[in-house]
Design a protein around this ligand. Structure first.
Ligand code: ATP
Length: 133
């Protein structure tokens, strides 16, 4: 069935650049799969895990939200931050989770709730994906 090229790119670096048999992206309206020779597509992504398969083996990469573009058999994911599950620092994610929970528990007007909730979601997702490595 062949492969498609997956590129996961952040402002700092290319996190994944490899040929894959399939990928599943965390779309804002739900997960969607991308197979080789997929039709062109542009979709917004939410905080989540992107799964990709190489030589029958599944791997996961954390995505902080962003965009997925499919064109000419290349799936490009642009995200503010992304890490392979194996590169996730669980202690750091645990600390980020506790920080966000503490902020949200303060119920203070000085707290940017949306920002704290997004930070909490990133931390929870990183901890979940770290289990899958
Ligand atoms: P923190 O508060 O720990 O910085 P964050 O969710 O605010 O967490 P991001 O803004 O998403 O962090 O990411 C900033 C940079 O740090 C990115 O390069 C990201 O890949 C990296 N990063 C953040 N958390 C982790 C983690 N737990 N393990 C590995 N890299 C991480």
């Amino acid at each position: 069935m062949g492969t498609l090229q997956l590129e996961v790119v952040t402002p700092d670096k290319t996190v994944v650049s490899t040929a894959v048999e399939m990928a599943v992206c965390p779309g804002v309206e739900g997960e969607f799969g991308v197979l080789p020779q997929h039709v062109s597509l542009l979709s917004a992504l939410k905080i989540g895990g992107l799964k990709f398969r190489t030589e029958g083996k599944d791997q996961y990469v954390f995505i902080s939200g962003g965009f997925a573009d499919v064109n000419d058999n290349v799936l490009t994911v642009l995200a503010e931050s992304a890490e392979l599950a194996e590169d996730i620092d669980t202690a750091r994610a645990q600390q980020a989770k506790e920080r966000a929970e503490k902020r949200l528990a303060e119920h203070s007007e000085r707290i940017d709730t949306v920002r704290a909730e997004a930070s909490l979601q990133r931390a929870i997702m990183r901890l979940q994906l770290a289990q899958l490595r």
